[in-house]
Design a protein around this ligand. Structure first.
Ligand SMILES: Nc1nc2c(c(=O)[nH]1)N[C@H]1C(S)=C(S)[C@@H](COP(=O)(O)O)O[C@H]1N2
Ligand SMILES: [Mo]
Length: 434
């Protein structure tokens, strides 16, 4: 199955759900009764100006988000910790407003226990390349990687395949990411392809797989935490990096210091942290979390709650089109007559964004945003707009991006799948005009 095929399929599937919620072609069947709109207004503390458009199945953005401050080493106290064994923390949208995500604001997704910081000896760290389709086995020290190969710097979007999982119903097990398992720092390292070519790639190579130096949560010393990878075609892209630096400094400890892989636009689970070994495979890599339901979705969309056989699951490749409003913070209050500047980012796997629009009337009408070109392939793009409101009351600003293949974000969760991946529903923030 072609990667774009799956997003088009899931987008079509979402259209059915949207029709139920919003009605076909502007004929909105699912809106709230007048009494419910009035009641919602009193809870929100302001009249819901476009309340007649409000889909009855949706929770107001003003009530949908909560955040608990918590502190992790090297991380902003505003990150929200979802799990502390292993550590998983996401970034609230307003902390992602920078065009280049600072290290302390990049989410953390660990499947196991990171190597002890004291055990990470940068001078002795090595990377070994081997596997059935490697012409030889070769080990490089970090210093050798740095001196032998040309350095490259790219801004690369990392998004966990499970970002948005919390919205699925029936719920999917795993960390209940809302919108914050995403970031786009600038990474420096060497091209994976330069290193693989130095080792020698046999003609029958189809996939690479990675191994890192974190340890399994069970405490079993030889049990691999996670070992995923990508097809050779992605591995050999210019932007596919073995990186040691983020934003000109060492990669933060929890994000894989001293060495990690980066495959922008693909589920971030492909981007191995604390990288110590890469295998060149003559078949699709079959390490832990490559098989079964992990990072795979039904090849054809299924009804929520369906049992899906493993052989009907397809590996997620490029992530779907998505956007995030990073300014203002949800809940902002402005004065009637003021224009509200909004800002955010949009990204789409291995393709680019052609437009971003916003709506203040719950999706009945859309206006276009200014959109910047990406600095390089696999970097997110920035959008902004200046929004006017017609009267005092409660509003939501919704953003919707469309990629270069003409696939746009759905307004509702796109397609239930057993592990809750690929939720690229429109992001929305609450605004009060007084
Ligand atoms: N060695 C190792 N690499 C890993 C993981 C892991 O648990 N161990 N988690 C993966 C997953 S599922 C994600 S989403 C990203 C998260 O990267 P970050 O923690 O730097 O944001 O790392 C990936 N690489
Ligand atoms: Mo992930």
């Amino acid at each position: 199955m072609k990667k774009i095929g799956i997003h088009k399929l899931y987008r079509k599937n979402a259209e059915e759900a949207e029709k139920k919620l919003f009605g076909a072609s502007g004929n909105r069947r699912g809106f709230l009764k007048k009494s419910a709109v009035v009641a919602m207004g009193s809870v929100l503390g302001a009249p819901v100006v476009f309340g007649k458009n409000y889909p009855s199945g949706m929770i107001p953005a003003a009530l949908a988000n909560s955040s608990e401050p918590f502190n992790l080493p090297g991380k902003d106290p505003g990150l929200v910790v979802l799990n502390d064994r292993p550590i998983n923390a996401e970034t609230p949208p307003h902390l992602l407003n920078d065009n280049i995500t600072p290290g302390d604001k990049l989410f953390v997704r660990n499947n196991g226990i990171p190597p002890e910081l004291e055990e990470i000896n940068v001078d002795q760290w090595t990377l070994t390349i081997e596997g059935e389709s490697a012409a030889q086995k070769k080990t490089y020290t970090l210093a050798e990687l740095k001196s032998k190969f040309k350095h490259h710097t790219y801004q690369i979007t990392l998004e966990c395949g499970g970002n948005g999982r919390s919205e699925y119903n029936p719920p999917a097990t795993g960390n209940q990411w809302t919108t914050g398992a995403i970031g786009c720092p600038e990474w420096t390292g060497v091209r994976l392809k330069d290193v693989l070519e130095d080792v020698g790639i046999k003609d029958d190579a189809v996939y690479i797989g990675y191994y890192g130096n974190d340890s399994h949560i069970s405490g079993q010393p030889d049990k691999v935490v996670i070992s995923r990878g990508v097809p050779m075609e992605k591995a050999l892209k210019n932007e596919s990096l073995i990186a040691w630096a983020m934003n000109g400094e060492d990669i933060p400890y929890l994000n894989g210091h001293p060495l990690r892989l980066l495959f922008g636009g693909w589920p971030a689970s492909c981007s191995g942290k604390w990288l110590s070994r890469i295998v060149i495979r003559n078949k699709v890599h079959d390490g832990p979390k490559m098989t079964g339901k992990s990072y795979r979705v039904p090849c054809k969309p299924v009804a929520p709650g369906t049992e899906v056989a493993d052989e009907d699951m397809c590996i997620i490749e490029a992530m779907p089109v998505k956007s995030l409003i990073t300014y203002p913070k949800t809940g902002a209050i402005i004065t009637l007559g003021e224009k509200l500047p909004i800002k955010g980012h949009a990204w789409a796997g291995d393709t680019s964004i052609q437009k971003v629009e916003y709506s203040i009337d719950f999706g009945a009408t859309w206006n276009s945003c200014n959109l910047k070109a990406p600095v390089n392939m696999n970097a997110w793009q920035h959008f902004d707009a200046s929004v006017s409101f017609p009267e005092k009351g409660y509003y939501e600003v919704w953003a919707r991006a469309t990629d270069a293949e003409d696939v746009s974000q759905p307004m509702v969760v796109p397609g239930w799948n057993p592990r809750g991946y690929l939720n690229n529903a429109c992001h929305r923030i609450a605004i009060k005009v007084q």
